[in-house]
Design a protein around this ligand. Structure first.
Ligand SMILES: Nc1nc2c(ncn2[C@@H]2O[C@H](COP(=O)(O)OP(=O)(O)OP(=O)(O)O)[C@@H](O)[C@H]2O)c(=O)[nH]1
Ligand SMILES: [Mg+2]
Ligand SMILES: [Zn+2]
Length: 307
């Protein structure tokens, strides 16, 4: 029997079978051996083989894990050099951001986009809560959305409050497995509830957004919105791990830089100060976004620009 892992709570897993039954599962002993450096052997999104436990109808053991198409890791907060597989087999990353309450920094968005690039996962950006913006802010966020779209990340403005583009949001999730990410309080769960009221995800009034570490949603969990449409709601992720980037050029993960870096005079150009740099020239000519370039520099320098 085959199934998809919907939720992991330590040693138990909720797995949905192809027939649509939710089973409580544990791991068969031999599967507990984990890859070095990874704290969890099974992640949300994994395709697994199940065997019903003797005499049980709702309990099974996971006897096999099928190869992952991709997966996203998250560095463990507690253990150094330990990574946690957040989710696997993802079709797209949808970043939910908001300009206010809370403010999502462009650095945060760009970091997530770099992660998505490094995993080869298509990404989109949604600016939610636009009902809270004044005219000037609305214009600004419109320009941002156009900028992201122009470099390959379709972007859109939504409001779960007024219903603006909620239907379009629903459309873009259709028949895909989507990882939803974004700071706590930007409205991830509210947007999903708006298109799938039956799910009744927990949402929360937050009086202060100063502490972006507090999350209503506290674990990654997969939800089925309709047949073949799944979302993985995550606790407002601070950081997605990057695929090993040592010795590689970070600008590879900025598609707009990648597109022109072969025109730089030096093949290993860092696009910071080198003569004949096509990226610096394009910046000068207003062909590249300054905020994206700033994110690039800040990531190169290892700054924490996530908040
Ligand atoms: N004005 C306005 N408020 C919104 C909108 N979307 C969500 N909210 C409110 O923002 C608050 C936080 O929403 P949640 O959906 O819980 O946020 P979340 O992103 O799921 O947060 P975590 O689960 O903590 O990561 C709630 O009070 C929502 O009602 C919107 O478009 N406009
Ligand atoms: Mg939530
Ligand atoms: Zn260059």
């Amino acid at each position: 029997m085959r199934g998809i892992v919907f939720k992991s709570t330590g040693s138990w897993y909720k797995v949905k079978t192809a027939e649509g039954t939710l089973l409580d599962c544990r791991l068969k002993g031999k599967l507990k051996l984990t890859k070095t450096g990874v704290t969890n052997p099974i992640a949300v999104g994994d395709n697994v083989e199940l065997e019903l436990e003797d005499g049980q109808e709702t309990q099974a053991v996971i006897s096999e894990i099928y190869d992952r198409e991709n997966y996203i890791i998250r560095k463990s907060v507690h253990k150094n050099n330990q990574a946690h597989i957040l989710a696997s087999n993802i079709d797209q990353l949808v970043i939910i951001a908001s300009l206010t309450m809370p403010r999502t920094s462009l650095g945060f968005i760009d970091r997530l986009l770099v992660s998505a690039e490094s995993y080869g996962i298509p990404a989109r950006v949604i600016f939610n809560k636009v009902d809270l913006l004044d005219e000037e802010e609305l214009e600004f966020v419109g320009i941002l959305a156009e900028m992201y779209a122009s470099i390959g990340y379709p972007a859109m403005l939504t409001s779960a409050e007024t219903g603006l583009n909620v239907e379009a949001f629903s459309q873009l999730l259709s028949e895909k497995i989507t990882l939803l990410s974004g700071h706590s309080g930007v409205g991830k769960s509210t947007l999903v509830n708006a298109i799938a009221p039956d799910l009744q995800l927990n949402t929360k009034e937050i009086s202060t957004y100063a502490n972006k570490g507090k999350h209503t949603t506290t674990y990654a969990e997969m939800f089925e919105l309709s047949k073949d449409t799944f979302i993985i709601d995550t606790p407002g992720i601070k950081e997605l791990g990057l695929i090993e980037m040592e010795g590689e050029n970070l600008s590879r993960y900025f598609p707009e830089m990648r597109a022109i870096s072969n025109q730089c005079k030096f093949h290993n150009c860092s696009h910071r100060h080198e003569p004949g740099c096509a990226v610096l020239l394009a910046l000068d000519q207003g062909k590249l976004s300054i905020t994206r370039y700033e994110s690039y520099v800040s990531m190169l320098e290892g700054d924490d620009n996530r908040r």
